[in-house]
Design a protein around this ligand. Sequence first.
Ligand SMILES: Cc1cc2nc3c(=O)[nH]c(=O)nc-3n(C[C@H](O)[C@H](O)[C@H](O)COP(=O)(O)OP(=O)(O)OC[C@H]3O[C@@H](n4cnc5c(N)ncnc54)[C@H](O)[C@@H]3O)c2cc1C
Length: 351
Amino acid sequence: MNKVDFIIVGQGMAGTLLAHELISANKKILIIDKKLPASSSRVAAGMINPVAMKRCSPVNSAEYYLQNAFKVYRNLELKLKAKFLYSKPILKLFANEDIQNIWKVKYSNEDMDKYIASFSAKNEFPFLENSYGGAIVEPSAHLDVSFFLELSRKFFAELNVLSDEIFSFDSFDQMNCIYKDNLAEKIIFCEGHRLQSNPFFNYLPMTPTKGEIMKIKIPSLNFFNKMISKGIYVIPIGNFEYVVGATYNREDLSDRVTKEGRTFLINKLNSILNVDYEVLSVSAGVRPNVKDRRPLVGVHPEFSKLFVFNGLGSRGVLVGPSLSQELTSCLISGLPIEDKIKGHNNISRFN
Ligand SMILES: Cc1cc2nc3c(=O)[nH]c(=O)nc-3n(C[C@H](O)[C@H](O)[C@H](O)COP(=O)(O)OP(=O)(O)OC[C@H]3O[C@@H](n4cnc5c(N)ncnc54)[C@H](O)[C@@H]3O)c2cc1C
């Protein structure tokens, strides 16, 4: 029997960040992942944005999440000897005078001043439709998610801790935490939207949401040093290329790209760009959203060796690093999960 401290099921953002934390704490792990279709992380745009743009307010615990995200990804860049985190401001374009006014009022009244670096004048950027000006939001960043995940996968494979297979619940003994010939102290399920097929945690109220995203080329604009936000986002990735996203669809949970998705993105893009562009590719994934829009972290109410790390929704790149650290400290200290995982992120709220 192969003995490990922890088995992790899934190597998206959740499983990958958790695996790095546990390896750094010298724990013996086994990751089981079979790059299944429609994984959210593999198509994610990778925006680290501390602001809810529609409401013009910081997301909950924005400062805490942001600080940890920068720290964790910078350390991982050193560990994996590559660059995948790019500090980049967001240019929020105002669609009309009302929105412009809301942002100016919020800047002077609430703690949004921490995140609004300045306002930009109307028509400041000739290649953009920019009649009402905009705001520069920072600190914010772009993570090259697919590169980070591929590097991590290679790292795990070299450590011999990755098994490229579909986790089979028929081969799992939940009382003793044995999977095939692997005996673990604990198992952590990080399956993204596929949590819905997990017989132990499928009671949790997920509302998975498909997202389609495009890669485009703007031949007249090699690089713009800001991520643009106006209903959709446009993220510069270098070499005249930009990522444009995203759609939200709760009906179709496949990784199939649709005519409707492409049309939606193109219509929005045409209302932002004043220059020609060409669409290079479109892809789709399913976000692990939750009914109350909060993460799903915690221990099974009946089987104390079974944990879940999921529900990262639309902000996994921002909140993942903090949550994986909090969960790691519970897993290795044996302290009650409530000590670290706050009620609104803890699955005990659904018991
Ligand atoms: C179009 C789009 C754009 C996005 N943009 C952003 C963004 O800009 N910023 C941001 O913060 N977030 C963004 N997100 C959200 C982000 O992708 C998620 O928050 C996060 O990646 C979720 O990661 P996860 O590990 O929980 O799930 P997933 O990425 O879905 O990973 C789950 C993994 O588990 C594996 N798995 C599942 N079941 C099994 C099994 N039985 N056996 C073996 N393996 C299994 C899957 O193959 C997969 O690798 C975006 C999402 C989409 C769809």
